[in-house]
Design a protein around this ligand. Structure first.
Ligand code: ZN
Ligand code: ZN
Length: 271
């Protein structure tokens, strides 16, 4: 056990990247096996989305150092909401409460990205994907990556999140996000039961439906409870879901460079 924890501590980021790649490739292949379209078409679509990793990675890696610094600072100064919990609480209880708290913050972040006009201009790039699959998870404009990590700094500071909590949170969140975007649907009943607590692929697909009010629902990251609590929870038949955005339906840019420029177009008019 101690060998595993020291390995995670020393090579945490590398292990996460490798696991991430294994999962994304496995899901991609599984999706292809049930897909109705050709390998060429799926690869062309995936390629555009994968390009976003190149723009996100430098920002993510550089700013993660600041997130780690803040996490260290709150640890030294016992600063943040989680430090208000009694000291007698076990570390695992603190991790669970911390996990829920950070998930709530992610919900708030996602609502902000939809409701604050300048932020929406960046976030809509994620929503312009009309052929959503697991690769859509990484379709994030670098402007949004910057905003997201800045919000994360604030959340770590407010919560008093430790490195351990961030590591657990990041791992679970990454897998949950990949699964949420996958084209593979759960059987109806399983989806319904899992959806009581978690954001299932179907629930996140509803969020990617091209028409309002569905685009502005199911903001949850790992848990669906925040949507249920704040009235933004919506269900829809999987067969009725059409991906994209109503304002750009049929003419969303599909080229990577157009997508990078997209938030800066006047009124987000397509190229
Ligand atoms: Zn969204
Ligand atoms: Zn999404």
């Amino acid at each position: 056990m101690s060998t595993i924890s020291s390995m995670l501590k020393d090579h945490g980021t590398l292990i996460q990247i490798i696991l991430y790649l294994i999962v994304i490739v496995s899901i991609w292949l599984a999706e292809f096996s049930v897909a109705v379209y050709s390998l060429k078409k799926k690869w062309q679509h995936t390629w555009v989305n994968l390009m976003f990793i190149l723009t996100a990675l430098p920002i993510q890696l550089a700013l993660t150092l600041v997130v780690i610094f803040i996490s260290g600072w709150v640890g030294i100064h016992h600063w943040g909401i989680l430090y208000l919990l009694p000291n007698s609480q076990s570390i695992w209880v603190k991790y669970v409460i911390g996990f829920f708290l950070m998930d709530f913050f992610e919900y708030v972040y996602h609502v902000f990205m939809h409701k604050v006009a300048p932020l929406w201009r960046f976030h809509l790039v994620h929503h312009t994907d009309v052929e959503m699959d697991v690769s859509t998870t990484v379709r994030e404009h670098p402007g949004e990556t910057l905003v997201r990590v800045c919000f994360q700094m604030l959340f770590v500071f407010m919560a008093g999140a430790s490195i351990g909590l961030l590591l657990i949170r990041q791992t679970v969140q990454t897998f949950a996000n990949l699964i949420a975007h996958t084209h593979i649907r759960l059987p109806k009943k399983t989806d319904k039961v899992c959806g009581l607590l978690f954001i299932t692929p179907n629930l996140h697909h509803v969020h990617h439906h091209f028409e309002l009010p569905y685009t502005d629902c199911n903001y949850g990251d790992v848990f669906s409870i925040w949507d249920r609590l704040f009235g933004t929870y919506k269900e829809m038949e999987a067969t009725d879901i059409k991906f994209g955005l109503d304002v750009y339906h049929g003419h969303s840019p599909s080229n990577f460079f157009q997508l990078i420029k997209f938030p800066f177009f006047k009124k987000n008019k397509p190229a």
